[in-house]
Design a protein around this ligand. Structure first.
Ligand code: SF4
Length: 426
């Protein structure tokens, strides 16, 4: 039985208890959230050692780190190092998105190496295998696609981004709007549009949605309804094609829920900050409160090299307004395949954003109150222990000359905290 089916039967599972402990909530609250579809639990059906992560209403905002090879760089050792760095810097989940090399072997090596729940986009492997065995990715057969979904589920993939909402209606809306500043940037979305056009056929993930649900239900894989129409430029945010796909996805999420499959929805890519709240209201309103997994949201297009920052700005707003899960963006975004140091920076930036959002969404203020006190007391060890990245904080302080054991080299002898705080404040 899936977590959802067990929740419906009134059962509290070990996974629900683990999430409850981590979130400081009762197991019954977690169970009820799963039952009504506002919470999902990602783990992986045959991965006993994997962490269990809850995503959804009332829970802390979670951070995903994506890794994976491309046709230009296939280096399994580096991908395993990226997986290690992601877990060490505090990512909650990992997506293994390789598109080149021995994809089964890479996925299995990553699953064996990380304690994190692992997500995937099966369409990437289906396109790659079709290109190799059938001569072209658009020659992909429906059986090949479903075979790969099942293979990945059997291996222990915990959640899958699946582009079911790129159906004929969505593509028609895209065609009729004619213009798109940044084009199609979702690899899954672009591939599916191209496959449908070549095959003159409906998206099999939509047409045979029940077949998909059977596989996901058998392995309790969380269905993450992909955002194939997500904007790749801020000028395309919240456009008709993106909203049409969202509507289709909310209907499919309801069907998944009825079939006992946990589901969440993805969106929206690049977006100006003043449209973030509207996207969250739409997703929550149309889906009945299902978890929202936000990719980006990248808030300006003109800062390549710093997109971990452009995304962190958007993610903080998104988390504050109620998004549940954010996908990190690294400094290498739009420029090249991330290296391990890019992964580290991306995870830290996303964790900062998630925390900033949770201060508002969940009223989680205690860590900041504790840091304020530690700063006032010039208690450096306490400050490091509270820091999101203690290693970096310690390294910056230790790299500066001067400063005594109490103050720091910023103000030197004029350390305000030594001069006046003790006289006026308790
Ligand atoms: S020296 Fe300045 S920056 Fe450093 S702890 Fe004192 S007040 Fe803060």
């Amino acid at each position: 039985m899936t977590q959802l089916e067990q929740a419906r039967a009134g059962k509290v599972t070990a996974e629900m208890e683990a999430v409850a402990r981590k979130e400081g909530l009762s197991p019954v609250e977690i169970r009820d959230g799963i039952r009504d579809g506002s919470i999902v639990i990602a783990t992986g059906s045959n991965r006993e050692a994997a962490r269990v992560v809850g995503i959804g209403s009332g829970l802390t905002t979670k951070v995903n780190a994506s890794i994976g090879t491309s046709s230009d760089i296939v280096d399994l050792e580096m991908e395993l190092e990226k997986a290690r760095v992601a877990a060490a810097t505090g990512a909650d989940t990992l997506m293994e998105l390789s598109t080149a090399g021995d994809l089964d072997a890479i996925r299995r090596a990553v699953l064996a190496a990380t304690p994190l729940p692992v997500g995937s986009v099966p369409l990437y492997q289906a396109a790659a295998e079709a290109a190799e065995s059938l001569g072209s990715s658009v020659a992909m057969t429906t059986d090949l696609l479903f075979d790969i979904i099942e293979r990945q589920a059997r291996d222990g993939i915990g959640f899958m981004a699946i582009h079911c909402g790129v159906n004929r209606l969505t593509v028609d809306v895209l065609r009729r709007q004619q213009q798109r500043n940044g084009g199609l940037v979702s690899r899954g979305g672009a591939f599916m549009v191209s496959w449908m056009s070549h095959q003159e056929s409906e998206n099999p993930l939509y047409a045979e949605f029940d077949r998909l649900l059977e596989i996901l239900r058998a392995h309790d894989v969380v269905l993450s309804l992909g955002n194939g129409m997500r904007a790749g430029a801020t000028g395309d945010a919240t456009d008709p094609a993106q909203i049409q796909e969202l509507i289709v996805n909310t209907q499919l999420a309801e069907r998944a829920h009825r079939a006992g499959v946990q589901a969440m929805l993805e969106g929206p890519g690049h977006i100006p900050i003043n449209e973030i709240e509207a996207n969250i209201i739409l997703e929550k309103r149309l889906s009945g409160g299902r978890p929202f997994y936000m990719l980006g949201p990248i808030t300006t297009d003109i800062a390549p090299g710093y997109d971990h920052i452009t995304a962190a700005i958007g993610s903080a707003w998104a988390a504050a307004y109620g998004t549940d899960f954010i996908c990190y963006v690294t400094p290498a975004e739009h420029l090249g395949l991330p290296y391990p140091e890019d992964v580290r920076q991306g995870v830290i930036a996303a964790r900062i954003a998630a925390h900033v959002g949770d201060m508002v969404k969940l009223g989680r203020r205690q860590p900041d109150l504790d840091m304020g006190t530690a700063r006032r007391n010039l208690d450096w060890q306490r400050q490091f222990s509270l820091a999101i990245d203690p290693e970096r904080a310690r390294a910056v302080r230790e790299a500066r000359p001067g400063g005594d054991a109490e103050g720091c080299s910023m103000c030197g002898d004029q350390c305000a905290l030594k001069v006046a705080s003790g006289e006026l404040l308790s």
